[in-house]
Design a protein around this ligand. Structure first.
Ligand SMILES: [Zn+2]
Ligand SMILES: [Zn+2]
Length: 99
């Protein structure tokens, strides 16, 4: 197993997850770091709702493979992940456009 270090970690169908700003804040503005951390938070919370990694490019549940740059390319939850959450009764708001 490769040790990427931890950006975030969530237990599948579990009750806890952790995120760390250490790697997400590297070499970016405070605003970009906050955006990254928010993406990681949604990803890890998704794991606790039993979402596994998603193969759809740009989905927030895509595996970062240890690269924070992958997180930067993530845009939103894909329709498959949204449906999986909806099936559990979890409403996901529509994406909010950036100002
Ligand atoms: Zn993950
Ligand atoms: Zn997805």
């Amino acid at each position: 197993m490769v040790d990427w270090g931890v950006i975030g970690l969530g237990s599948l169908d579990g009750r806890s997850c952790v995120i760390s700003p250490f790697r997400t804040a590297r070499r970016v503005s405070a605003l970009a770091a906050r955006d990254r951390l928010a993406r990681v938070a949604v990803h890890e919370a998704g794991h606790t709702f039993n979402l596994e990694h998603c193969p759809s490019s740009g989905c927030l549940m895509q595996d970062a493979n240890g690269k924070v740059a992958t997180t930067d390319r993530e845009d939103d939850l894909c329709p498959v992940c949204r449906r999986a959450l909806a099936a559990k009764g979890i409403a996901v708001p529509d994406k909010v456009a950036k100002p």
